[in-house]
Ligand binder design. Structure first.
Ligand code: GLN
Length: 219
């Protein structure tokens, strides 16, 4: 299995290290065509406005829409979450709308712009301690009905999932704690197995049609 890390801007190298810790090969993705080769994608933290400009310049938006429509998992941390959200505030800006959340950028006051915390995440039904590093982080201000909260800081969701999309307002790649990356890798391997099963079923269907003479097949 290979996981891509969008390597346009931000702390993509730390994600590659975190994936290596999980025993998974990381692939730096700089062009849309490189998405064809990976089973999941991490969109790292950085500056969402800069990331948007670079994504637009390289034609990433339609390629990511296709990747998402194929059910291949995407994990956005911090600025990555901002790009994946349905709506973005402070200020309003374009986002991909892959997860039904509303986020406010830079939403912690100046004094708490960056801080660390510990919490408990529910990962595959197991309560798992997680270390969380927040850096000029967004806050999830609205959570759609189809979105599951996997971890909170205080009362607020900080790790959430809707189908194949996982988002964190914090940076799990800046700690030695591999649990969130391990969880994403298991999402990606389950999705890859499902895609493999669909491809095999389609191939088997074609093969059995091919085996019967046309008149048999149409009866
Ligand atoms: N403040 C950044 C933004 O709004 C996100 C910061 C981060 O990714 N650590 O895009």
């Amino acid at each position: 299995m290979k996981i891509g890390v969008l390597a346009l801007q931000g702390d993509f190298e730390r994600h590659a290290t975190a994936l290596a810790r999980c025993g998974v090969q990381a692939v730096e993705v700089r062009k849309p065509a490189e998405l064809a080769d990976v089973d999941g994608l991490i969109i790292p933290g950085g500056e969402s406005t800069t990331l948007l400009k670079l994504m637009d310049a390289w034609g990433f938006v339609p390629a990511l829409e296709k990747f998402h429509a194929e059910g291949r998992p995407i994990f956005g941390t911090c600025a990555g979450l901002i790009l994946l959200a349905r709506d973005v505030d402070n200020p309003r800006q374009f986002s991909l709308d892959f997860i039904d959340v509303g986020v406010e950028r830079n939403a912690y006051g100046r004094q708490r712009e960056s801080f660390e915390a510990r919490g408990t995440a529910s990962l595959d039904g197991r309560a798992t301690p997680v270390e969380m590093v927040f850096i000029r982080a967004p806050r999830i201000r609205r959570l759609g009905a189809g979105v599951e909260t996997l971890a909170r800081h205080g009362d607020e969701p900080v790790l959430a999932q809707q189908g194949s999309v996982l988002v964190a307002t914090f940076h799990p790649e800046l700690t030695d704690d591999p649990s969130v990356h391990e969880y994403f890798c298991s999402m990606a391997s389950r999705a890859a197995a499902r895609r493999g099963a669909v491809v095999r079923a389609a191939a088997a269907g074609e093969a059995s049609l091919g085996e019967s003479p046309p008149c048999e097949a149409s009866r």
